[in-house]
Structure formats: C-alpha cells, structure tokens
Write a protein that binds this ligand. Structure first.
Ligand code: SF4
Length: 343
C-alpha cells in the first residue's frame, strides 16, 4: 500500500485489508479462507486505503492487495456514453469490484482509480436490492433493465476467488425483466460451466489479435484460450457477445483483425452468437491525462488523438477506417443489425 519497492515484490494478495463491518459477511470469510497466509489488516473504511494520495498505480499492479468493504450507496450508475448500450433505454452498470486482476495498457482504470489494488464489496444482497428497485423504477417498462457488471473490473477472472458471476447469474434467473452483461478477457468459463443457462445473462468476451494481446493485455490469457472458452459457452447455449474493443491500429492491423475474425468464426457458429461489438480507443480526457502521467512506458499514450468534448479518441479518419474495415469483415459472418460500434 505504501508503494515501497519491498512491498511491491510480495505476491499478489499477500495482504487483505478488511473493514470491521465486512467481517460479518460470508464473502469476507471466504477471502480469508482463500488466502490463509495473507496478513489481515483491520480497517475502518476502504476509502482511507484505496483513495489515499500519492499511491503508485503501476507499481501496485505488480503486487495487488485486496480490500474487502461494505458499499453504502450508489450501487448502480447510468450507462456511460463510452459504452455500447445496444439501444437499451434502461442501461446501467454496477461495480461489485473496483479494479482488475489484469493490467491492460489501454485500460481507463489507470486514469480513474488512485490505486492499483482491488476493492471487493461483500454486501451482495444490497446490490441485488438496488437492482430490484432500479428495475421497478425503470424509464421504459417495455424493455428490461440492462445491467453491465464487469466494466470496472473483470468479474469472471476473479470467479475462482469470489463467485460474483455465479451469484449474479442466479439472481438474474429469479428476476424477470433483468438482463445482465458479464464482460471478460478470462478463459475461466469452466468456473461457471455447471450453471444452468439463462437468457437473462449475456456472456461477453473481449478479443484482440495476438500481437495486440501480447503487447498490451498483461496478465490476460491469449485470445486462442478465450476463443475456446467462447466455443464452450456457445455450445452450452449461453447468449454470447463478441467484443473487438478497442481495435488498436498497429502496423498490419487489418491483416491481424482479418485473421482473428476468420479464426473466431472458423471455431464458432456465427448464428449462435447473440451480437458483436467493436470500438476504437477512447477515454474520458481527465482519465487519459492521468494515465499519460502514470504510464509513460506505453506507446499508446503518445498517439495523436483527438479531443472531442471530454473524450480522447482516435482521429476521425482512423475511426472511419476502423469502422469501415471492421463492419465489412464482420458482416461476412454476422448480419449488420447484430453489430454495434463505437468508432
Ligand atoms: S481486462 Fe478490462 S478492466 Fe481489466 S485491465 Fe483489461 S481493460 Fe481494464
């Protein structure tokens, strides 16, 4: 937590910071059981640890600590304009975990959070109650409440530690008019493969060409393992979303994405895929500015981006090139009405 060199060489989750109030919850006990050798530090409030000034996000990612907390308010947020809402009017997201076990160079979390450590909220029932209330009050009752749960983290990558995906899937199953999206780069489908398929759950996988994944998606499994996980999920009957997002236009990107798309649909029946998204690199400007200060080691921060209002994104001509290319390639397999884009 201090960011000292010694602290950063410890293994991940060597320390569990647990709010006094959180000890009463089964998920906190599960964490303690999961990491029997971890040093447990009792804390009064997670913000005192997570948002303390002068933390070193990149250094902390080398030895992430876990903070277990009880969330008190703001369980759901209105959907972000940087995300694809698929025409869903009742679009919200929620954050059962803050931060991610992976460490992608293009991730906005580096600019959004003051710390590289993870906060896990243990009061799941309060999240469920908030979801039920938001569902009851939704603007358009003709549409479901569309709730994305894995934007500020990767829930499936964390499933072997705490089974958030499992509990949200079971919650969705017993909650009519709820549609949840669980987005991941993980290959850990088998941790939920025994769960009965639900039409109220979209399992969404983000995919990148090998050159992009190797260069920028630190800690995440290679795309071939994600594709195998997708194949199994599709075979089992889950509604699956494919996300090519962000499309990074490295030299030779067209060939790389063409190969990736062909590989995906050689293994996965396009008719079995619910829908597909793609998008360009974009980020809230203030997050980008902070990320640039924190991550001078990644070439991504030196690209000649455009500022559009409060957003930093690829310049217009590159967005157009990506949009045209990806649309044309994806339409070879998937009808255009099942493709959504941020480009
Ligand atoms: S998997 Fe997603 S949330 Fe996690 S570091 Fe990568 S971009 Fe960020």
């Amino acid at each position: 937590m201090t960011g000292s060199a010694n602290f950063s060489t410890l293994p991940h989750f060597s320390h569990l910071y647990i709010e006094e109030e959180a000890f009463a919850y089964p998920l906190a006990q599960r964490l303690i059981d999961r990491f029997p050798n971890a040093e447990i530090v009792r804390i009064t409030g997670y913000r005192g640890i997570f948002t303390r000034p002068k933390q070193d996000f990149p250094l902390q990612k080398h030895s992430m600590k876990l903070i277990a907390a009880v969330k008190k308010d703001r369980f759901l947020y209105p959907g972000s304009g940087h995300s694809q809402g698929f025409g869903m009017e009742n679009f919200f997201y929620s954050t059962p975990i803050l931060n991610c076990v992976y460490n992608c160079d293009y991730c906005y979390l580096q600019g959004m959070y003051p710390s590289g450590n993870l906060v896990v909220f243990v009061n799941e029932e309060d999240f469920f109650a908030a979801a039920r209330q938001t569902l009851a009050e939704r603007v358009n009752p003709a549409q479901p409440l569309y709730l994305c749960l894995s934007y500020d983290t990767d829930l499936l990558a964390f499933e072997r530690i705490l089974p958030y995906c499992r509990s949200w899937i079971e919650f969705a199953r017993r909650t009519p008019d709820l549609l949840i999206e669980l987005r991941t780069k993980s290959a850990a489908y088998r941790s939920i493969a025994d769960i009965q398929v639900s039409e109220r759950v979209i399992l969404a996988w983000t995919l990148s060409p090998a050159q992009t994944a190797t260069r920028y998606e630190h800690g995440a499994p290679p795309s071939r393992r994600r594709i195998e996980a997708i194949r199994q999920a599709v075979t089992d009957g889950w509604p699956v979303r494919l996300c090519f997002d962000p499309v990074i236009d490295l030299p030779g990107w067209q060939r790389a994405y063409e190969t990736l798309i062909d590989d995906v649909f050689a293994r996965i029946d396009p008719m079995s895929v619910r829908d597909v998204t793609f998008g360009v690199f974009r980020m809230t400007a203030s997050y980008f500015d902070r990320m640039k200060r924190r991550r001078p080691d990644t070439d991504l921060v030196y690209e000649p981006y455009e500022r559009i209002d409060e957003t930093v994104a690829c310049p217009a001509e590159r967005r157009q090139a990506i949009r045209d290319f990806m649309t044309e390639r994806l339409c070879r397999y998937v009808p255009e009405e099942r493709i959504a884009a941020w480009a």
